[in-house]
Design a protein around this ligand. Sequence first.
Ligand code: URP
Ligand code: ZN
Length: 456
Amino acid sequence: MRTIIQNGTLVRSQGIEQADLLIENGFIKRIASGIQEQADEVIDAGGKLVFAGFIDTHTHFDLDLGVTVTADNFITGTRAAALGGTTTVLDFATQDRGMTMQDALDLWHKKAEGSSCNYGFHMAISEWDGERAAEVENMVAQGVTSFKMYMVYDAMRLNDGEIYAALKHMAALNCISGVHCENYDILNERIHELNSIGMRSPLAHPISRPNAVEAEAVSRLMRIGQLAKAPVWVVHLSTHEGLEEARRARARGQEVYLETCPQYLVLDDTRYGDPDAEKFIMSPPLRKSEDQDALLSAMGSGEIDVIGTDHCSFMMSQKALGGGEFSKTPNGGAGVQNRAQIIYTYAVRTGRITLQQMAAMMSENAARMFGMYPHRGVLREGAEADITIYDPTGESKISYRTNAHACDNSPYEGMKVLGGVSDVLLGGQHIVKNGKLITEGKGRFVFRKSSGRYRA
Ligand code: URP
Ligand code: ZN
């Protein structure tokens, strides 16, 4: 099977170029201008931007929180991802207490069958002891080379000593570990304080977890990483103060990777006064415009590595299980389909980042950081033909009604976006054509090598 993508503008972290792509049997065979060869399909990308397929570093599909299960499973979640230009999602396989990592990995492989884009797994761990430690090498042997720990959530959290030991162990095996940074004791005490004065509505959610709750935890993680001599990845960074703590650690010579999410760039905490405010209950919470500005500046200066969505969707009826109380409302929001449009509209077109930086944060850095480079994440001869074509023309509004995800709400409802994904190729197969998903269920597991550790 041979496909030619003609007349497009190739966007790579190193630069922008007008060139054609010849794709053969799933790989990029040639990049040159004016390719004239026989092909089974010719895609005209005139006026469009051609990127290496986007990688979403942070999704939660089919996640059982105990009280309820996310609205999106891998079938619906990866359909939405593909339509949004994402060719690989890295989802969090979750080792619940009493389970082995192998149990969790086997379960996630089953859950992910029938996915419409490629998928890999980070392993989220909820306990750390000799038994779990002994499993890490086995995870690496199965292509799982990144791990996540939570400082919060009763069912998942590890203490600082456990995080220290796990970071050290993972680093020795050349794995990378992400940590959800919030101070558990303080946020719980603040929830208690707020409840005792009758503040239970969503408006109290950001008050329970103010910026310092994240910043203290980031600062602590930085010091734990320093002591463990390990790289650390801060997942879903949301605050200016947290960013400052990471900057300090980098200035000391530490290897720190930063992920943020579109919601922390374009939505703010005034949304907790909205009639459907429950849909914005996520952790960390939405912040203020100063935080958005600081994160966008850090993207522009190359300090942010990757942008994940933290897609963790719930129907409004599931959000209502909290009975209107912020601290009991399932945490998380939808976003997997809208990442590229939001970043293109609110970061590139506003002049905060370049197209090349968009390519780096949406594809290349993720591929490097998570052991997929140079086979994925770059437009390069010999790489897998996972390709996203973005049409920058036109204007539309985001709505859950037109998104493919299963949940009946979007935190971005009504938000204006410029352009959209027109075509996606997955391993050379044309799966999204003119904005429509034409082939489903072709996603494969991505076996990952050790982290590229490009900030070492
Ligand atoms: O509120 C969120 N982000 N829910 C998903 C789990 C997590 O904390 O990443
Ligand atoms: Zn998450």
